[in-house]
Write a protein that binds this ligand. Structure first.
Ligand code: SF4
Length: 254
């Protein structure tokens, strides 16, 4: 089985997962009630798998889908303010073909980067419980193992950093901080970044130059720019569960 096939299979498994009762109830409640601004849209309301370039040398790791962002659109960091910041920065770094990420069919293509989250379901208050984090961890482990060319993991926030350190066996774990780097023996370098949450961006704790510095460093550590993101459809794995839309698995009736 090829890497793309394996990522396809993982994607399908993630999208069908219902292991965490509290998170299943929350993601579906949010999808049912909706935010007023999106009341005419159909929410995704399911786990959100990673996406991007299967040959990526850079992984961007976040915390979890946002209730009215990825939990609505079905693509991680898509349709919320955090994603606005993230994809603008990746576009400036030559890792994305466009600076926006608003919907699953918006033409976004990533080059040399894979974007995912440590927990695949939107949690209440953006805070998964420890047992939910642990329940979801096998998905992240499989995902990272399948992405065989990874040289850099950009950890957006302390939660993602802890998840990456757990996977790569980093002990003791250096204190999290913006632009802190941890070189994993025989593995990639972890590069920490403050999360582009509104709490951080509105307060100036994270600025665009600070985020640019993270991706500039990530590209250097990955071995240099591999080429501009192509203005074509993303290199997303085909989706056997929904051939009409390679990004979006068939919706499970609730
Ligand atoms: S958080 Fe992960 S393990 Fe829990 S229901 Fe969602 S996909 Fe499944």
């Amino acid at each position: 089985m090829t890497r793309v096939d394996s990522l396809d299979r993982l994607r399908a498994e993630v999208c069908d997962c219902r292991r965490c009762p509290r998170l299943v109830a929350w993601r579906e409640q949010v999808a049912e009630e909706k935010r007023a601004a999106y009341r005419d849209q159909e929410y995704w309301g399911r786990p959100v798998p990673g996406f991007g370039d299967p040959a990526a040398r850079i992984v961007v790791l976040g915390l979890a889908p946002a209730a009215h962002g990825a939990n609505r659109t079905g693509r991680v960091f898509t349709g919320d303010r955090s994603g606005d910041w993230l994809f603008r920065a990746m576009h400036r770094a030559g890792l994305a073909n466009q600076p926006t990420s608003v919907s699953i069919d918006d033409g976004l293509a990533l080059d040399d980067v894979w974007v995912t989250a440590a927990v695949k379901c939107a949690p209440p208050a953006n805070a998964p419980l420890p047992d939910e984090r642990d329940e979801c961890r096998p998905f992240l482990r499989r995902e990272l193992a399948l992405l065989g060319d990874v040289r850099v993991v950009v950890c957006l926030g302390a939660f993602a950093y802890e998840a990456a350190c757990s996977y790569f066996g980093v002990r003791p774990r250096p204190r999290f901080g913006h632009l802190v780097e941890v070189a994993v023996t025989g593995g990639p370098t972890l590069v920490c970044s403050f999360h582009p949450s509104q709490q951080n961006t509105f307060t100036g704790r994270l600025t665009e130059p600070m985020l640019d510095a993270v991706f500039e460093r990530a590209v250097v550590l990955a071995g240099g720019a591999r080429g501009a993101a192509r203005p074509t459809a993303p290199k997303r794995p085909s989706n056997p569960s929904n051939p009409s839309n390679p990004s979006r698995p068939a919706r499970r009736p609730r």
